[in-house]
Design a protein around this ligand. Sequence first.
Ligand SMILES: Nc1ncnc2c1ncn2[C@@H]1O[C@H](COP(=O)(O)OP(=O)(O)OP(=O)(O)O)[C@@H](O)[C@H]1O
Ligand code: NI
Length: 369
Amino acid sequence: MRRLLFENDYEMREMRKVSDTQPLLSLHDVRASFRTPNGIVHAVRGVSMELKQGQIYGLIGETGSGKSVLGLTIPGLLPAEAEVSGSIVYKGQSLLELDPRSRRKLRGRDIALIPQNPASSLNPVLSIGYQLLEAIRLYGRIGRKEAREQAIGLLEELGLPEPRRQLRAYPFQLSGGMKQRVLAAIGTAGAPSLLIADEPTKGLDAVVRNQVASLLRAAARRTGAAMLVITHDLHVARALCDRIGVMYAGQIVEEAAAAELFVSPRHPYTRGLLGSLPGRGMAAIPGASPSLTEMLPGCAFHPRCGERLALCAAAQPQLQAIAMRQDGGRKGEADSAGCKARCFLYDSGRASEQTVSERTMEPASVPGR
Ligand SMILES: Nc1ncnc2c1ncn2[C@@H]1O[C@H](COP(=O)(O)OP(=O)(O)OP(=O)(O)O)[C@@H](O)[C@H]1O
Ligand code: NI
């Protein structure tokens, strides 16, 4: 048994040696759906994206847009009845083609997930120390004593007061913020190459939220891990992430460097989402997200879009790179991958076909209003 473990560890280390130019993770046309009594729910509808080594990528978007399902698809943690297609390549291995055993081996050690709900993700009957040590030892083949020292160090780094005492505590004895930090410690304990954090700051007050965000950033920088951060919290997304993907109805509708997205959002949905921030008018986007069971033709956002073109109800825009503007409108540190939007407004070929009267037509009637 020990020998096997050793060989696995060796393989793990070998697998980490991927070149910096290759993306750590690349998704191509990933789809996930669920068969339900009310029909098939198309939760993720053709997501393509890349995550580089050490990069922090944020997924934002309204509730139900498919962020968590996408996050669970990568480590293969969706319920068995989910149907997944497309390709997910992690360090050159096609995850959807891996046998369940190999995939399980990757989880926890190489790909770690901090799930959406901290209250239910810690085991209530086991001490914090036990759970953290398990995570450390799963990766490191080290003795209990050494693991314990590492655990204390990790909690110290995460700013938890009295780490020695916290190890003996049970989850119910910790505040929400402390549990989040313990989860962050467990998530980063095995020094994973990829950490997926689903709503790591949910339900926390502003101070603790910023603390958790900067701790995650520090942990990622320390270990060199790439992170996929799923969040509703646009402030956290901005502070924590290098790059951001905006999800709407199971698709990425815009992707840009975090610094750029908040300064010049392109997709009408992103503009609406940012417009709902307290500092920006707090105007909610009228209407509701579409049904994911019966998808209409055209752009999924068109019924709610104030800038739609005649074309938008009929055809699906693709996620495409946006050309740099001549007027210097694109300032700041743009990521090399640039900015992408899934919108005919930026599809130069198509949009120029539209007449001015088509462009200024009345906004669509909004369902559910
Ligand atoms: N096991 C499941 N069976 C059926 N439908 C599901 C299942 N899991 C998720 N869904 C549906 O998939 C869609 C996307 O859900 P998901 O949890 O990914 O949204 P989200 O963007 O993470 O939302 P939130 O921000 O509220 O967490 C939703 O319509 C949801 O109801
Ligand atoms: Ni979610």
